[in-house]
Design a protein around this ligand. Structure first.
Ligand SMILES: NC(=O)c1ccc[n+]([C@@H]2O[C@H](COP(=O)([O-])OP(=O)(O)OC[C@H]3O[C@@H](n4cnc5c(N)ncnc54)[C@H](O)[C@@H]3O)[C@@H](O)[C@H]2O)c1
Length: 252
């Protein structure tokens, strides 16, 4: 049985993973960490991760960027593999994550769903085929409790497109402050927040007289939880390194 420390255990995703892990024969959450200890779980919950004295094989993190530095200190000092799912990380955080992956295996994905990772490969293919003739815009929609904007997944999609276009695209997040025509070299990224929308992403390739749109809708948070548990099984005994959904899909 793989022993899991769930960081952010009392959040929405932490509770989804608590339920899914409870149904698993291969993984068990043996400890949690959360600054909010209002929810009672059948494992001990530490407010400060540094106080966690339970033996664990892997950490799954769905918390907040504010938890990042302590989490990396804890994981690297104790050599515990990490599944990093929290979004809204700064460039400094991402650099620190890359440095930490020289010491421990880290699985990092802004979207743990297999479907979105298929969409990533489809938009890369479309961007390459349509290069030069189509304007690219991304629209993402999420529930009204989401803290970061644009979503980590919108940025994941934009970065994937940019990676096949020699990284020459610039991102435009908001048009209200600029009264000028769209520049051909940009990807527009737009955020909608409301209600209980789990997560919707549309990548629009708008050309002359034709439009191609690639969409993904998450209907429940379970898709992220299932992916994160697969990621935990995948990395808990790997060598140090930075692993992504591509590695997991190739291994399946
Ligand atoms: N990669 C993915 O597939 C994916 C999918 C869904 C959500 N997310 C991301 O995961 C994160 C959590 O999402 P959520 O919907 O569960 O949010 P949430 O706000 O419901 O839960 C976050 C939990 O983290 C706790 N927390 C906050 N600061 C902390 C700290 N310093 N130390 C320990 N715990 C702390 C909060 O108390 C809360 O219980 C967000 O960044 C979200 O964007 C990623």
């Amino acid at each position: 049985m793989i022993k899991v420390l769930m960081n952010g255990c009392n959040g929405k995703m932490g509770q989804v993973i608590t339920r899914l892990a409870g149904e698993s024969d291969e993984l068990k959450i043996v400890a949690g960490c959360d600054i909010n200890d209002d929810i009672k779980n059948d494992y001990p919950v530490f407010k400060n991760i540094m106080d966690c004295n339970v033996d664990v094989d892997v950490i799954i993190d769905f918390s907040n960027p504010a938890a990042f530095d302590k989490l990396i200190d804890f994981a690297t000092s104790r050599k515990i593999p990490l599944v990093m799912a929290t979004t809204g990380l700064s460039q400094d955080n991402i650099q620190r994550l890359k440095d930490a992956s020289k010491v421990i295996p880290i699985f990092f994905s802004a979207n743990m769903s297999l479907g979105i990772n298929l969409v990533v490969s489809l938009v890369k293919k479309a961007a390459k085929v349509l290069e030069g003739n189509f304007d690219i815009e991304i629209i993402e929609k999420h529930h009204n409790q989401k803290l970061d904007a644009p979503s980590g997944t919108a940025l994941l999609l934009a970065d994937a497109i940019n990676s096949v276009l020699q990284n020459k695209k610039e991102y435009t997040y908001d048009r209200h402050s600029q009264r000028k025509k769209r520049n051909a070299n940009e990807i527009g990224i737009h955020s909608v927040r409301g209600g209980t929308i789990v997560g919707e992403h549309s990548v629009i390739f708008a050309g002359t007289d034709e439009i191609i749109e690639i969409n993904h809708s998450a209907l429940s948070k379970d898709i992220f939880g299932t992916g994160a548990l697969k990621a935990a099984k995948f990395i808990y005994n790997k060598a140090p390194g930075l692993y992504t959904m591509d590695h997991l899909i190739q291994a399946e």
